[in-house]
Ligand binder design. Structure first.
Ligand code: G3P
Length: 205
């Protein structure tokens, strides 16, 4: 258990690196918490118009979910740490993104980090979930709607494809938190005022 706790704490700290804020700061761009949705995430960084910054945010936020999970999956065997522990560690990284200790506990919505966690846990599940996101974005251009539908799909796909396990519980909690973090987006989607992917901050609605 000591090793599991250490892995969970370390993953939480890594997850707490809010890359939307860090990348923007390093690249000399405006803080993403001050424009658009105010969310420190790749979708909102894209509203600045800087595609490279958005892509880098997406990549780094995804890697901070992927790396801790993969580390447990690949190196945990000798200590009897397997999928369930890896999923818990992934949930910790996700929680770090949502409530980052380095940024006054005000983080993002967890989409990229959750994608990384799923890819590390089970690449086929991760790709299938990513597939849902891509298809929804392709047809609707709503990043938030795609994330919401992918979040609902992930636990369902896990249960149908691989059977319910301890890891499913972590995935369910992650999805539930992700949906809750999108409350404002759900309101805007229902009101028809949600902005589409790539629409600039302050641009024509
Ligand atoms: O990555 C989060 C996305 O699903 C929604 O972000 O900025 O449109 O609230 P945003």
């Amino acid at each position: 258990p000591t090793l599991t706790i250490a892995a969970v704490v370390l993953a939480y700290l890594i997850g707490s690196l809010s890359f939307a804020v860090i990348v923007s700061r390093v690249m000399g761009l405006t803080d993403p918490r001050s424009y658009g949705s105010g969310n420190p995430g790749a979708t909102n960084v894209l509203r600045s118009g800087n595609k490279a910054a958005a892509a880098l945010t997406l990549l780094l936020d995804l890697l901070k979910g992927l790396i801790p999970v993969l580390a447990v999956m690949l190196l945990g065997e000798p200590w009897n740490l397997r999928e369930n522990t890896a999923a818990l560690v992934g949930l910790a990284a996700f929680a770090g993104h949502v409530w980052p200790v380095f940024f006054k506990f005000k983080g993002g919505k967890g989409v990229a980090t959750a994608a990384g966690v799923l890819l590390g846990l089970n690449w086929a599940l991760g790709l299938a979930t990513l597939g849902v996101w891509i298809v929804v974005v392709y047809f609707t251009r709503y990043s938030s709607l795609a994330a919401l539908l992918a979040a609902v799909a992930a636990p369902a796909l896990h249960i149908v494809g691989w059977g319910a396990s301890g890891a499913t519980l972590s995935i369910v909690v992650m999805s539930a938190l992700l949906v809750w973090r999108h409350s404002a987006n759900i309101g805007k989607l229902l009101a028809g005022t949600e902005s589409k992917l790539g629409q600039k901050a302050g641009g024509a609605a």
